[in-house]
Design a protein around this ligand. Structure first.
Ligand code: ADP
Ligand code: MG
Length: 269
């Protein structure tokens, strides 16, 4: 517990930037990417990663936190304080989410605003690992509230067209696109051509092209983020390259916290 870290009475203003890591579909590698970007950014910044995919959470499996009693579910249900759901792992503050259906049902997504507002007062970078579909309130919230969104794409037409929907949605709510990140790239795809074409439609730059690799799957099986499991792998290097392009912006953390607290949530669509 680090309650002091979130003591707003300290009256010190820090910078913070909130990124949503999003894609149109599941399985594109949002959680893998959130943790890899988070670890790469943690060499320079104080990073907090939050699993906001409350219906299909899996960050806990990627971080060895599957036995944690207090997660975002309990916080969103009003049963626990944010501080109790924060775990220091791999040089980051990790807020995992539980996987039970009951936990999902009891969680009120509106409370996420207060969670992020609280965390914003004590960290430099927040990465919101987002849900895939844009159909529900809990799924859109991270994209609506973030400063910028990292769009994770597989180099296929359906994935890119889904990614464009994410961009459209983000822009509607004033969220900028930090960049697009190609993941699960295989050698038989002409990734450079695909990326060049996709680039015309997306606002942000291409952050990196992460290869499909057995090492990434092995990290997940070892319950570790890629950069902890295989820091020297090609995929890890690709994520470091992406993180290097995410110049963190200097926003006043109190202003960011206030923005989250006062955010109006769009109706269930
Ligand atoms: P999401 O959060 O978007 O649903 P995950 O990050 O959990 O996706 O990844 C889904 C599965 O795909 C995991 O088993 C993960 O290990 C695997 N995976 C992700 N990226 C890669 C990659 N570059 N190469 C191979 N497997 C990957
Ligand atoms: Mg995920």
């Amino acid at each position: 517990m680090q309650v002091f870290k979130y003591d707003t009475r300290a009256n010190v203003n820090y910078m913070v930037e909130v990124f949503a890591v999003a894609s149109g579909k599941g399985g594109t590698g949002k959680t893998t990417s959130t943790l890899a970007l988070g670890m790469a950014l943690a060499t320079e910044y104080d990073v907090t990663v939050i699993d906001t995919d409350t219906g299909m959470a899996n960050m806990l499996f990627h971080t060895g936190l599957s036995d944690s009693e207090t997660t975002l579910h309990e916080v969103l249900a009003g049963q626990a304080a944010v501080e109790d759901a924060i775990y220091e792992r791999f040089g980051m503050d990790v807020i995992p989410c539980g996987t039970s259906l009951a936990g999902f049902r009891e969680a009120d997504p509106r409370r996420l605003r207060e969670v992020v507002a609280t965390v914003a007062e004590g960290t430099d970078v927040i990465l919101l690992d987002s849900a895939a579909t844009l159909g529900t309130r809990s799924a859109v919230l991270p994209i609506v509230l973030a400063d910028r969104v990292v769009i994770v794409l597989q180099p296929t037409v359906p994935s890119i067209s889904d990614g464009l929907k994410v961009q459209e949605y983000a822009k509607t709510y004033g969220t900028d696109v930090a960049g697009i990140l190609f993941n699960r790239v295989t050698e038989d795809e002409n990734i450079d051509t695909v990326a060049r074409k996709a680039q015309r439609y997306f606002d942000g730059e291409t952050l990196s092209k992460v290869p499909e690799s057995e090492t990434v799957r092995a990290a997940r099986r070892a319950s570790k983020p890629l950069l902890a499991h295989a820091a020297e792998s090609e995929a890890a290097g690709a994520y470091r390259e992406a993180a290097g392009k995410l110049t963190v912006r200097d926003a006043d953390s109190t202003a960011v916290a206030d923005r989250f607290r006062n955010a109006v949530i769009p109706d269930e669509s």
